[in-house]
Ligand binder design. Structure first.
Ligand code: NAD
Length: 485
């Protein structure tokens, strides 16, 4: 078995298939964004490993489904407890692998994984079948687990997102094949050790490592798969959706965003400006971020002054340091992509009012928090997701223009609204086209609420019963009245 030491923690670089570690003939190099140096050579799966993992998930499926919600909940609660007991190790590995701030990982992000397993396990147990009488029959809606599910996740927040997606699948009775992103594969590998320790039967939870176009594609076109759940970019979703369609397999996509952050003159300006500057956290590599600042013209100057003041407070640095607020970008290719957006904006005549350059003085993969005033709303920098520390700034005259600007991209994942008016909160909150709109707050999540995107930001909904329904085949059971005692 191949293990490496990452941030003082031993992590397997192999797949986890049928409860066993398994290697591949080839590997890929995993880089730490902290210093852009290799951390591990990780197994690079392909068609063969996809076949093995799906076979293991198929074999384990009948017994896992038959265990019932209470039996599954017991195992899932054990896993949640183990995650809580291993926060430090998981946080250290994820920080080295992905460069999310260590203090956030320790304080809340990793334990969110434990919460995901507990919440979905309990929700599945609490499910009450809908029962009603009609046409002389007793009707019932029965949830049946649908079969092996493929879960494909992106490189940002890899641990939290993987648990968010696999927990409902497991609670519903599906077996899982998880493929983490190749830029941050290690925290999910560590999770497999905890899965084994928690006592999951072999084959219920499998992890395969590798490149999206290779093992990811092999999994999504596999005929033995009954559900595909994907989080990543809209571009990749097109490939996955096409593969899913060929086998008539339901698929959900939680995709990219270009969220508006609307600030009305009646808002707590300081709170809004602080939150706007906070969109640079995690180097802006957050799908839900409000990256288009839309501010009522009458408070433009006051807002910008506060915004610059709060942005000046950011500290770029090592994500393991408590003082750091902005970490490096994930990979040199991604840094180049982010830089490409800003350079094209410059060439387009958009005004770069702050940042707009690499920060090699801090480390090889840092980019300065950047603010762009676009020449027009059609500018690429307004219309396409950058997924880095780059925000745009535009103003509006009134509520109508604010909502029109908010809804003027093809995305629709999230929106943030700052206003002091209850009526406006309702009107604008309903008017903004997005899966989630926060008013005077951000990133507060109730795990039972639906989560997903509108437009190219997503297809389907996860969260709560919506996710449990997705991983189930809903059956209508009708029994003729008076025929059974
Ligand atoms: P990506 O689409 O490049 O990759 C995501 C995953 O898909 C990776 O595991 C990758 O290996 C795999 N993949 C790539 N090509 C594939 C193929 N042909 N078949 C099967 N799998 C394939 O996305 P990324 O760069 O890892 O992540 C960033 C994107 O994810 C951004 O757009 C971001 O907004 C989005 N995201 C969305 C949410 C959400 O909840 N809506 C959350 C986090 C990230």
């Amino acid at each position: 078995m191949t293990r490496v030491e990452v941030a003082g923690v031993e992590v397997s670089t192999e797949h986890f298939i049928g409860g066993e570690r398994a290697g591949s003939d080839t590997t890929f190099t995993d880089i730490s964004p902290i210093d852009a140096e290799p951390v591990a050579e990780v197994a690079r799966g392909g068609e063969r490993e996809a076949d093995l993992a799906v076979a293991a998930a198929q074999e384990a499926f009948p017994a896992w489904g038959a265990l019932g919600t209470a039996g599954r909940a017991e195992v899932m609660h054990r896993l949640a407890d183990l995650i809580d007991a291993n926060v430090e190790r998981l946080a250290a590995v994820e920080c080295a692998d992905m460069a999310m701030l260590l203090r956030s990982l320790r304080a809340r992000v990793i334990s969110r994984g434990a919460r995901n397993f507990r919440a979905y396990a309990d929700l599945a147990v609490a499910y009450e079948e809908r029962v009603w009488e009609s046409n002389g029959t007793r009707n019932r809606v029965v949830r049946r687990p649908s079969g092996p599910a493929v879960v494909i996740t992106p490189w940002n927040a890899p641990f939290m997102l993987s648990t968010w997606k696999t927990a409902p699948a497991l609670a519903a009775g599906c077996t899982v094949i998880l493929k983490p992103a190749e830029w941050s594969p290690l925290s999910c590998s560590l999770l497999c050790d905890l899965v084994a320790e928690a006592g999951f039967p072999p084959g219920v939870f499998n992890v395969v490592q590798g490149i999206g176009e290779e093992i990811g594609a092999a999994l999504t076109r596999h005929e033995g798969v009954r559900r595909i759940s994907f989080t990543g970019s809209p571009e990749t979703a097109v490939h996955i959706g096409t593969a899913a369609a060929r086998n008539i397999v339901p698929f959900t996509g939680e995709l990219g965003g270009k969220g508006p952050l609307l600030v009305f003159a009646d808002a707590d300006l300081e709170g809004a400006a602080r939150k706007a500057a906070g969109q640079y956290d995690d180097a802006g590599q957050v799908c839900l971020a409000g990256t288009r600042l839309l501010v009522e013209r009458s408070v433009e100057d006051a807002f910008l002054e506060l915004f610059h003041r709060f942005t000046d407070e950011h500290v770029l640095g090592d994500p393991r340091d408590d003082a750091t607020t902005v970490s490096p970008l994930i990979h040199a290719d991604h840094l180049e992509r982010v830089e490409g957006f800003v350079e094209r904006a410059r060439a387009n005549g958009d005004e770069i009012v702050r940042g707009g350059r690499r920060r090699e003085d801090v480390g090889p993969l840092f980019y300065d928090p950047t603010l762009v005033i676009p020449r027009s709303n059609d500018s690429e920098i307004v219309q396409r997701e950058v997924f880095g520390p780059v925000l745009t700034f535009q103003t509006f005259a009134d509520e109508q223009e604010a909502v029109a600007l908010a809804n003027s991209t093809r995305y629709g994942l999230s929106g943030i609204v700052y206003t002091g008016s209850e009526e406006r909160a309702e009107r604008v909150g309903r008017g903004v086209r997005a899966g989630t709109v926060w008013v005077n707050t951000f990133l507060v999540r109730d795990l039972t609420a639906p989560f997903g995107g509108v437009g190219i930001s997503g297809i389907g909904r996860e969260g709560g019963d919506y996710a449990l329904d997705f991983y189930s085949d809903l059956k209508t059971l009708q029994i003729l009245d008076g025929t059974t005692a």
